[in-house]
Design a protein around this ligand. Structure first.
Ligand SMILES: [Zn+2]
Ligand SMILES: [Zn+2]
Length: 249
């Protein structure tokens, strides 16, 4: 099956699922997320050819960013040099390179929301393997600006959050909003990223039970966006925040 046709079929399947709810048993076969061929897929949905192209981050992992640890210290070099991470734990799945980078790019920028099923599945498996024993009360996606979400047609972090929440049997809540438009973080250096997202999120009033939240985003780069989001949730009354992302840059 050609890649173009595969895209089309997957989009169709996604739209039908979106419209009808849980119509998963469609006539369309599941496709490998990388080569988009049907058949011979393993338990995670990858074909045998593509399987070696998408390795998880190696263990042990850095608990503060979810990336590779390397060395004997309790956090990676970048996290040790970072003053503070406002969450108790971070888990990621892929190193942000090669096939994983391509996949995330297609998921975010090439109108392929159907990839959430695969990416969210891997996120859930990694969370259960590396996320420790604390389950969150609620899963919260990092929001897009409404205009950006309208243009894209979906918020990729929300689709991931839904998949993860389903696997963990926890609710998803849109407890964060964007207060203003921001430039895309990918084009900025670390200091500019922090300035860009300062004060950008506003949380809804949280329950007085001080819930433990799991904040979900696509890529962990410097962590500036997640830090701004986590601090806002803590200020609004979260008991603690944990973080899950698909890739660690
Ligand atoms: Zn494949
Ligand atoms: Zn780290």
């Amino acid at each position: 099956m050609s890649r173009r046709l595969g895209d089309l079929l997957n989009r169709l399947a996604h739209n039908v699922r979106g419209t009808l709810g849980t119509v998963d048993a469609l006539v369309l076969p599941p496709l490998c997320p990388l080569c988009q061929r049907a058949g011979g897929l393993d338990g995670e949905g990858l074909c045998a050819d593509c399987r070696p192209r998408l390795p998880d981050l190696p263990a042990p992992r850095c608990p503060r960013c979810g990336g590779a640890l390397g060395g004997v210290l309790g956090a990676c070099g970048e996290c040790l040099a970072t003053a503070d991470r406002p969450w108790t734990l971070a888990v990621s799945v892929f190193p942000f390179q090669d096939a994983a980078r391509e996949l995330v790019h297609r998921f975010k920028y090439q109108d392929q929301p159907w990839l959430a099923r695969f990416l969210g599945g891997r996120l859930a498996a990694n969370w259960l393997r590396h996320g420790g024993v604390v389950l969150p009360d609620v899963v919260v996606p990092v929001p897009l600006h409404p205009w950006r979400e309208f243009r894209r047609g979906y918020n990729q972090a929300e689709l991931l959050a839904r998949e993860l929440a389903r696997a963990l049997d926890r609710p998803v809540r849109p407890w964060l909003r964007r207060r203003r438009w921001t430039r895309q973080q990918a084009r900025l250096d670390t200091a500019a990223r922090q300035r860009n997202v300062r004060g950008v999120f506003r949380a809804v009033p949280l329950p007085e039970t001080r819930p433990t939240l799991l904040l979900v985003d696509d890529v962990f780069t410097t962590g500036a966006t997640l830090e701004a989001a986590a601090r806002e949730l803590l200020t609004a009354g979260a008991g603690s925040v944990m973080v899950a992302t698909i890739a660690r840059d």
